[in-house]
Every structure is written in C-alpha cells, then in structure tokens.
Design a protein around this ligand. Structure first.
Ligand code: SAM
Length: 253
C-alpha cells in the first residue's frame, strides 16, 4: 500500500500487478529500513489514532493505542451532557504529534484547546496534523516547558502523556523505541517520575477548582503517582486492555 500509494482493496483487486523498477526500489528501501529496526510508522510517515490518520516523523513519539484511554477518561469526566455543547478549556502537555489535543478537538467542538511541547520539531508535526484535519483554529500550540507561561486557574482539564520511563529501566524498553523514538519523549530521568513530579503542582495551580488532571502512566510508577495525588479528590487509576495501570485521573479539590 505504501509503495503504490493505494488502498488494501486495490491490492486484492489487482493480484497480477507487477512493480515497475522505481516501485521495486521504493519497496526494497522500505524493507531495508524496517530490517534495521526503524518502526514502520516512521517509514510510511503515518499512524492512526482515534480514527484520524496522523503524520509522524522521528521528531515525535508514535501515538499508541493505550493513549486512547486518556481521551476516553476525559470524555467520561465531561459527563453525560451533549459533548457538542460542552465548552471547556483544556491543556495537553507534551503534545508530540498532537494526537491527544486533536482527538479532543474533534470530540468536543466547543472546547478551547492549548497544546504545549518543549520540542519545536514536534510542534511542527502537531501543527501539520491540525491543518490536515481542519482543526487548526481549534488548537493553540505553545513551545514551552510543561505549562510555563499559561494562565493560572484557567483550565477545566489538564491532560498529558508525559515521558514516564526511568533511565534505570532502559534495558526493558524495546530496542526499536530506544534507538528510533525521541529520547526526551520516552525517558523522564533516572526514576521515570521526574516530569510528572513537576507537572502535578503546576497543574494544580492552573486548574479551576473541580478541574481534572488526566495523565498517562505506567504500572511501574502507578503507586508513586497515587501518593503524589494523595491530597487531590476522586483519584482513579484505570487499566489498559492488558490490565496494566495506564491512566491516572484526579480532581483539584
Ligand atoms: C510520551 S511523548 C507524548 C506525545 C503525544 N502526546 C502522544 O501521546 O503520543 C511526550 C512528549 O512530551 C514532550 N516533552 C518532554 N519534556 C517536556 C517538557 N518539559 N515540557 C513540554 N513537553 C515536554 C516531548 O517532546 C514529547 O513530545
């Protein structure tokens, strides 16, 4: 499909189709890159998330299906009101490809959404994805450290899939991730908690009372994250489809 720029139906419909020289070269180049461990998404430049086709480059983490649980949690917290009528202010911290911010922009057409990242190269990809899905006017992008420079007390939701892997667990991380995905998107510091530890108090300053912090986590740090949120209200940690603690949510008292 990538080599011919076609869909799956075309492949099934034209089993007799032979590759011309240029196509063969493109196919072999993709295979060679893949055999060196380069993720397929960086070769094709695409990954699906929440039903949207997103552009990805080695400047951004490849969006993972587990991260869709963050979107589900936000929509559950928003409640039963008609999603199209809800006007909330949301900040997505460490937006990467923009996947979380754009999925929420799609689901909550009245929401005001801000997305931050410390990487200008990542923000370029996120902006391209916003434009690709006609969501440019809906998301404001900010190049900043976590939530620096954002208005205090202004948000109903702060959401994030922050870097949360510890350098001490590096050898348990797939080689493909270590070798090809951006290091500052994956690793937070020696323990894995370093970014979340800074994010929680900043989020507390920026949320309205009753506002929600919804963050992606791993099983390794779930207990520590629960401790860090001990003086918040309604803390809930939900598991992903593999039964691994994946999303922590809590309300500013
Ligand atoms: C795990 S990736 C998540 C990307 C995207 N939100 C997703 O779910 O696929 C973490 C992102 O946080 C960004 N990041 C790392 N440290 C940051 C910081 N101090 N402030 C803002 N963004 C940061 C990285 O550049 C990366 O894009």
């Amino acid at each position: 499909m990538f080599t011919l720029g076609c869909d799956r139906a075309y492949l099934y419909g034209h089993p007799e189709r032979e590759l011309i020289t240029d196509e063969q070269a493109r196919y072999e180049d993709a295979l060679a890159q893949r055999s060196r461990g380069n993720p397929a998404q960086y070769i094709t430049g695409h990954q699906e998330f929440w039903g949207m086709d997103l552009i990805v480059s080695p400047a951004v983490l490849i969006p993972r299906p587990e991260t869709e649980h963050v979107i589900e949690k936000v929509l559950a917290c928003v409640g039963r009101a008609l999603l199209s009528d809800i006007s909330v202010r949301i900040a997505d911290v460490g937006t990467g490809s923009g996947c979380i911010a754009l999925a929420l922009a799609k689901e909550l057409p009245q929401a005001e959404i801000h997305a931050t990242d410390i990487s200008s190269a990542a923000l370029e990809v996120a902006r391209a994805n916003a434009s690709r899905h006609q969501l440019e006017p809906r998301v404001q992008f900010h190049e900043t450290d976590l939530l620096a420079g954002m208005d205090p007390g202004a948000f109903d939701f702060i959401v994030s899939n922050p870097p949360y892997v510890g350098e001490s667990e590096e050898d348990q991380v797939q080689l493909e991730v270590r070798k090809f995905e951006p290091r500052n998107a994956v690793f937070a510091g020696p323990s894995g908690l370093e970014v979340i530890q800074r994010l929680i108090p900043q989020a507390r300053d920026l949320l309205k009372p009753g506002g929600w912090l919804v963050i992606e986590i791993s099983g390794t740090i779930a207990g520590r994250v629960r401790e860090l949120l001990a003086d918040w209200a309604g803390i809930e940690i939900t598991n992903d489809l593999q039964g691994i603690p994946r999303v922590a949510a809590a309300q500013k008292p």
